[in-house]
Ligand binder design. Structure first.
Ligand code: ZN
Ligand code: FE
Length: 255
């Protein structure tokens, strides 16, 4: 499967996926119609569906316009029914969505919002605002427990070589924070240098991989002794992993 990132708004990514075996295509997170329409024209593909990760405006702003123009269904989490513009095909954890011969498994990954879903194809996962490269979304609707389970169990359960495509270009700042809470993390230091070089050259930092996230992302590393010691230095009451995770999220909110 070919994945083309489409920069939208100030720092969002929509994606155009093309199943090269059949030529079938889909859009993930139609943030705004203009840039997505241009990408579809440039690639000369026929889009058969829009896949939305969650209801926030910066991920679905182009849904109604594009779905109308293209005459295609909009998939999104069933819990987002009534608040996800253009939603025609509500999906739940374990459902499958086809793009030509490629098939995605829907993962329900609440935390940033309660209806948030990921689309996990073989080798590629679209994670919206739940898992960023080296970070995670703010807990607007969910709890730390939920977010930790979404990140470590559901997304962390995918094969390490799965490429991760997230909703925003926040990577350099995320890696700076990763090094703030875990200064000894050499993988994060190396990733930051690589990401800075990519950004300087005008390229997106994404994708990462699940394996790389496990190595550099502080929100997938709340069991790390260095992170736990750092958090407990400030919050001695943070005894279990969920409390450590919650404190790391809180520190990032104020970083
Ligand atoms: Zn969001
Ligand atoms: Fe967003």
């Amino acid at each position: 499967m070919k994945v083309i990132p489409i920069p939208c708004l100030s720092d969002n990514y929509a994606y155009l996926l093309v199943d090269e075996a059949t030529g079938a295509a889909a859009v993930v997170d139609a943030s705004e119609a203009g840039p997505v329409r241009e990408a579809i024209a440039r690639e000369k593909v026929e889009v058969g569906a829009i896949l939305s990760t969650h209801h926030h405006f910066d991920h679905v702003g182009g849904n109604e316009e594009l779905a109308g123009e293209l005459g295609v269904p909009v998939y999104g989490g069933a819990k987002d029914e009534g608040r996800l513009p253009g939603l025609t095909n509500p999906v739940v954890h374990g459902d499958t969505v086809k793009v030509g011969s490629a098939q995605a498994r829907v993962l329900h990954i609440p935390g940033h919002t309660l209806g948030h879903v990921a689309y996990a194809f073989d080798g590629h996962v679209f994670t919206g605002d739940t898992l960023f490269f080296a970070g995670c979304g703010r807990l607007f609707e969910g709890t730390p427990e939920m977010m930790l389970e979404s990140l470590e169990k559901k997304l962390g359960g995918l094969p390490d070589d799965t490429r991760v495509y997230c909703g925003h270009e926040y990577t350099a700042k995320n890696l700076e924070f990763a090094l703030h809470v875990e200064p000894g993390n050499e993988a994060a230091r190396k990733a930051l240098a690589e990401v800075q070089a990519k950004r300087k050259a005008g390229n997106p930092s994404i994708p990462s991989t699940i394996g790389l996230e496990k190595a550099v992302n502080p929100f997938m590393r709340s069991a790390s002794p260095e992170i736990q010691a750092m958090v407990r230095g400030k919050h001695p009451d943070a005894r279990d992993q969920v409390s450590v995770f919650a404190r790391v999220r809180e520190m990032k909110d104020n970083f």
